[in-house]
Design a protein around this ligand. Structure first.
Ligand SMILES: [Ca+2]
Ligand SMILES: [Ca+2]
Length: 217
């Protein structure tokens, strides 16, 4: 069934979709942690702004009265998934949301967007979009209306920023100033720096007695 397919796909992608990787050391001197947890190549900042002229996928009175749609988006970069809020009964929705995704490999990574009409039972499809991250990296900044694929009409306005990582905090003040200037557009605040934490191992962790009880009863 569809549900078990989704669960299986989720399990597989949790192991196999970038940035996850299976590491097989061929020479002994290689730092395994470096291979398994590389530093991202960049950060993709996605301004999920608005859409226009979407398909109306709601009907009333057994299909006699045509309604609008309740659009929302699912935004995917590798195994990072974001979901926008739902704008009720609107074919020209304005979301004005911002997401930030780490990009590890490209080619091989794309920005995938799907739009849906929220329904009580099964949501209706409103179109999709695939953007090659190589394009975004080359342009650094894309602010465009994209025509939606797999539907008869509808377009999506995105602003995409490619951010590279600096090894030092030299430009941090400048970045913080520009982020503050941009604050009107961003809802949840934007990132200025990336903290990479590598958890190597743990020792002498306390035993979970709840688990022990369950095991022996
Ligand atoms: Ca519908
Ligand atoms: Ca609906």
């Amino acid at each position: 069934s569809g549900l078990s397919d989704t669960i299986i796909l989720d399990i597989i992608s949790n192991y196999l979709v970038l940035p996850n990787r299976i590491t097989v050391p061929l020479v002994s001197e290689v730092e395994i942690a470096q291979l398994r947890f590389p530093i991202p190549k960049g950060v993709l900042r996605i301004h999920f702004i608005e859409a226009q002229d979407l398909e109306g996928k709601d009907t009333y009175l057994k299909g006699i009265v045509k309604g609008k749609s309740d659009p929302y988006g699912i935004i995917r970069v590798g195994n990072q998934i974001f979901q926008s809020k739902v704008i009720k009964e609107n074919l020209n929705p304005k979301w004005n949301e911002v997401y930030e995704a780490l990009v590890y490999e490209h080619p091989g990574q794309e920005l995938e967007i799907e739009l849906f009409d929220e329904d009580p039972d099964k949501d209706d499809f409103l179109g999709s979009l695939m953007i090659d991250l190589i394009e975004v990296e080359k342009e650094r900044l894309l602010d465009e209306w994209f025509t939606l694929d797999e539907v008869s009409k509808g377009k999506l306005h995105l602003k995409l920023e490619w951010l590279t990582l600096m090894p030092t905090a030299e430009n941090l003040d400048k970045v913080l100033t520009s982020i503050r200037a941009d604050k009107d557009q961003a809802n949840d605040g934007l990132s200025s720096a990336l903290l990479i934490l590598y958890l190597d191992s743990a020792r002498n962790l306390p035993v979970s007695y709840i688990l022990m009880d369950t095991l022996f009863s």
